[in-house]
Design a protein around this ligand. Structure first.
Ligand code: ARE
Ligand code: CA
Length: 490
């Protein structure tokens, strides 16, 4: 469950938040495969509630109504077509699976769902699965409100409603069976694994039982006997009763400390310095490397939901964001996920994806310069980020090496003899000769440009026969960092 089943040495996952299946299929073929992204985390594909107040918030998709594969991103045929086309170019699909709960207790009753399936939140009746009131945890929850009131009581956290979302009784064989059927249908269609939502709120034993029922991956695209890749959402910043370590044996776990810490470092808050990251990773109290799924921001904490607080950097802070993402992609720790967002009005954290009047999601517009338009941010297409995803592929398997720092916010490190990166987050120039560990030659900096045929569209770096190279990075550069790798050699 810990192996993402990457193809062709590709390494980074991208979360194409709220993209339509048809756009993801096209993106796999025209961009992700050629640029070397390993996989895509997709938005929840099951039918969800349809909310109109506020108008079609992004979070409606986290309130299932049925397990019909019919969502704001498209129908089952479109989903199947996307999975097939992405697999055919070696890009894996990971599904965001909402299995802890159904819709909110106040969701009403009727057919206000993305495909018009009837439900009643009042009677806890979801006939198309079917789930009835016996399949929910109400009887077990001991809080007055029926909601989670105290995160230090593990029974509340697992058996009460998370923000009023009707909590499923996952200890029931029947419920486990329905959840496993839903996931198995997706596995048989060809997905490579799941981001499992709200795992803190599910007992590890229940998850273990459900995962045990899952099929092996489809042998049309994966090796015989491959288990689905599971990465579990558990927000553990320390200081709560439930620890992410309870989930390590089940798969990978989201490491929320990573983005919170790195945000503070690049913002230089509370005396944090980049030079302190020499032992980045487990040395910082993060979970074991083999368990970690890392990211700079996610769809929650980029808009103030979920964990991480104000330190989180996002595309709104583009300059330090690019540095933070580059740092993550250059560093060997964890399986890395890149966020790809849509713009929203920052006072309205609920706002859904770019949409037409009728609420249907807009196509992702691709501009002539390969950036996106119509409200889609496409961080994964920003040159600096795309090229660092390639860097991660090129240096894969190489150790963290040749560390240098100035005791402040200028640091550099390499990955064996395959890559080297230098950051200047100080308020003065960086001007230093460093041992890169790379073979001598002229390299193209993949931050300011890239290799284009035989020439470099950005800065060039001369590495001497002994591996030494001179770096000059102004603190006022558009991107105060330089990165070179084996494939950027001219
Ligand atoms: C919405 C409304 C609610 C309403 C509810 C039901 O905002 O007011 O009661 O609907 O009508 C997302 C949104 C929610 C939204 C929900 C359902 O973020 O706002 O509720 O969809 O539409 C905890 C969980 C963690 C969870 C975060 C958000 O532990 O699992 O809260 N993250 C996932 C997803 C979310 C999603 C859900 C779960 C639900 O990534 O996108 O919610 O499927 C500390 C604790 C954390 C806690 C955090 C925030 O840091 O350590 O455990 O995270 O606070 O409370
Ligand atoms: Ca629960």
């Amino acid at each position: 469950y810990h192996n993402p089943h990457n193809k062709h040495g590709r390494q980074a996952i991208v979360h194409l938040f709220e993209w339509k299946w048809s756009d993801i299929a096209a993106e796999c073929e025209r961009f992700l495969a050629p640029k070397g992204y390993a996989g895509v985390q997709i938005s929840p594909p099951q039918e969800s509630i349809l909310l109109t107040s506020p108008w079609r918030p992004w979070w409606e998709r986290y309130q299932p109504i049925s397990y019909n594969l019919c969502s704001r991103s498209g129908n089952e045929n479109e989903l199947r077509d996307m999975i097939t086309r992405c697999n055919n170019v070696g890009v894996n699909i990971y599904v965001d699976a909402i299995i802890n709960h159904m819709c909110g207790a106040g969701g009403g009753e009727g057919t206000h769902s993305t495909c018009g399936t009837y439900f009643s939140a009042d009677r806890k009746d979801f006939p198309s699965i079917p789930y009835s009131s016996f399949d929910f945890n109400e009887g077990k929850c001991r809080t007055g409100s029926g909601d989670i009131e105290n995160y230090n009581d593990i029974y509340q956290v697992r058996d009460c409603n998370l923000v009023s979302l009707l909590d499923l009784a996952l200890e029931k064989d029947y419920v486990r069976g329905k959840v496993a059927d839903f996931m198995n249908k997706l596995i048989d269609m060809g997905v490579a694994g799941f981001r499992v939502d709200a795992c803190k709120h599910m007992w590890p034993g229940d998850l273990n039982a459900i995962y045990g029922r899952l099929h092996n991956l489809n042998t049309r695209w994966f090796n015989e006997g491959s288990r689905p890749f599971m990465f579990q959402e558990v927000i553990d910043m320390g200081g709560e009763a439930i620890k992410s370590s309870e989930y390590f044996h089940l798969g990978r776990v989201t490491e929320f400390k990573y983005g919170a810490k790195i945000g503070g470092i690049f913002r230089k808050w509370n005396g944090e310095k980049l030079s302190y990251t020499k032992n980045w990773g487990e040395g910082w109290g993060f979970m074991p490397d083999g368990n970690a799924l890392v990211f700079i921001d996610n769809h929650d904490n980029q808009r103030g939901h979920g964990g991480g607080g104000n330190a989180i950097v996002t595309f709104w802070d583009a300059r330090i964001y690019k540095m933070a993402v580059a740092y993550m992609l250059a560093h060997p720790y964890g399986v890395a996920r890149v966020m790809s967002s849509f713009r929203w009005n920052r006072t309205d954290d609920w706002q859904g994806p770019p949409s037409h009047e009728d609420g249907s999601t807009k196509d992702v517009l691709i501009n002539a310069d390969s950036t996106c338009g119509d409200g889609w941010v496409c961080e994964h297409r920003w040159r600096q980020i795309t090229n660092m995803a390639t860097f991660r592929n090129v240096v894969n398997g190489q150790p963290h090496s040749n560390w240098w720092d100035n005791g402040n916010n200028q640091v550099a490190f390499g990955r064996g003899n395959r890559g080297f990166i230098v950051f200047n987050n100080d308020d003065w120039q960086l001007d230093v000769t460093l041992n890169t560990g790379m073979p001598g030659g002229v390299y193209c900096d993949v931050i300011s440009g890239q290799k284009d045929g035989g020439r470099c569209t950005g800065k060039t770096i001369n590495v001497e026969a002994d591996g030494g190279a001179h770096f000059k990075i102004s603190n006022t550069d558009e991107d105060p960092m330089v990165a070179i790798h084996a494939d950027s050699k001219l």
